[in-house]
Design a protein around this ligand. Structure first.
Ligand code: ADP
Ligand code: MG
Length: 206
């Protein structure tokens, strides 16, 4: 069963942008607490550029939409999150190249994205970064049948809450050492909006 086509992938980008825009202040204040306060702006600007780029372009397949998004994020977002999300979408694209996007193919693509974030940012699980939620969600998708796509949002939310008591080991928040405790990781929160937008566009009914 194909769960994502070209139009849905373009719509995914629109839905991500909407969510980043709606939650811009939240992402900004999370990043003000343990970073430099630019995460909301980075996400809104980055995904606005992605929507500009993808909305009026004709793509042959899902992988090409994702590649376009990846290149835009890497080029247009100044913060660490741009190249990290750029790598995630690029690896997803590579993994889906030449395939129909079935649930199995997409779960593999989520793995590829997660590994991409890890190899680009060098974070380990528990370092209080977006890698924590990508790893947790990708592992969950492997262990559960595809009917549970929606449950991945709950898994993600629980992991976001777990980042609160972690000490940051990567990114700007790591400069704060112990003082990074008590706040959730901004990139984990923005990752949630990416997954929430995905669930909104996936064809789960068949
Ligand atoms: N090395 C890394 N590996 C994985 N994720 C990282 C790394 N460094 C930063 N991040 C993620 O990026 C988020 C910060 O993004 P952003 O504020 O846009 O960039 P910057 O930190 O450059 O200001 C963090 O909350 C964290 O989730
Ligand atoms: Mg920042």
């Amino acid at each position: 069963m194909i769960i994502l086509n070209v139009d849905q992938t373009k719509q995914w980008m629109v839905e991500i942008h909407q969510r980043m825009d709606e939650h811009k202040e939240q992402l900004t204040s999370l990043d003000q607490a343990i970073g430099d306060g630019d995460h909301g702006t980075n996400m809104v600007r980055g995904f606005q550029e992605v929507v500009h780029k993808t909305e009026d372009t004709d793509y042959e397949n899902v992988a090409d939409v994702l590649k376009s998004a990846a290149m835009t994020l890497t080029a247009k977002v100044g913060g660490a999150s741009g190249p990290l999300y750029g790598t995630a979408f690029l690896q997803m694209a590579m993994s889906l190249q030449g395939k129909d996007v079935t649930d199995k193919a997409f779960i593999e693509a989520m793995d590829a994205a997660t590994e991409g974030i890890q190899s680009r940012g060098k974070a380990e699980f528990g370092d209080k970064t977006m890698y924590d939620v990508w790893f947790q969600v990708a592992s969950f998708l492997h262990s559960e049948p595809y009917e549970t796509w929606r449950d991945m949002l709950e898994v993600c939310q629980a992991m976001i809450e777990d980042t609160r008591e972690m000490v940051a080991k990567r990114g700007r928040a790591s400069y704060l050492k112990e003082r990074s405790k008590g706040h959730i990781d901004p990139g984990s929160m923005s990752s949630f909006y990416i997954f929430e937008a995905l669930v909104a566009v996936l064809d789960l009914e068949g």
